[in-house]
Design a protein around this ligand. Structure first.
Ligand code: CMX
Length: 137
């Protein structure tokens, strides 16, 4: 139980293609995948860094979470995602401890995960994501 490690950091960007090129120059390697997630209104790319990852997120519609975030706050770190072994058990634990969960049940996320977000207003202004391999659920 608990949040054993950071699975990825999510960074909101205005343009995925330009950001991919910039982060490729920074990391000296290319993203291992790009993926569109319709239900979240985003296009994403993932860079592997040791046993963690960086996810770049571009909005595909203005009313998406990333679209609103960039409009209000500009580009930058959007969320921290923690890998969990049993997402339903973690959701129950965190709910019981007073955190505000944005989902009743885990939902499909990018990169083969099931996910749940915690409202940033209940976590000192940081959007927290829990994620578990979908195939392990
Ligand atoms: N980190 C910190 N604060 C955030 C935030 C973020 N990522 N996103 C929004 N906020 C803040 C806003 O700044 C605003 O604060 P103030 O009231 O102080 O101005 C407040 O939360 C409300 O923001 P809003 O723009 O009115 O947006 P909503 O309330 O409609 O939605 C949230 C906020 C977090 C509930 C919504 O963004 C959400 O459901 N997020 C989870 C889903 C998501 O982020 N999907 C994209 C990633 C998908 C992926 O990883 O593949």
């Amino acid at each position: 139980m608990g949040l054993p490690r950071i699975e990825h950091l999510g960074i909101a960007v205005r343009g995925l293609e330009e950001a991919n090129a910039l982060f490729e120059r920074l990391f000296d390697h290319a993203p291992y995948k790009t993926e569109r997630v319709e239900r979240e209104g985003v296009s994403t790319s993932f860079f592997r860094l040791g046993d963690t990852k960086i996810e770049l997120l571009e909005s595909t519609k203005p009313e998406s979470a990333i679209g609103k975030f960039i409009e209000k706050r500009g580009e930058g770190i959007h969320h921290i995602a923690f890998a969990v072994d049993d997402i339903r058990a973690e959701m129950a634990r965190l709910r019981e401890r007073g955190f505000k969960l944005l989902h009743e049940q885990p939902v499909p996320g990018a990169d083969g995960k099931i996910i749940c977000f915690l409202h940033p207003k209940s976590t000192n202004g940081v959007l927290v994501e829990l994620c578990q391999d979908a195939e392990a659920s």
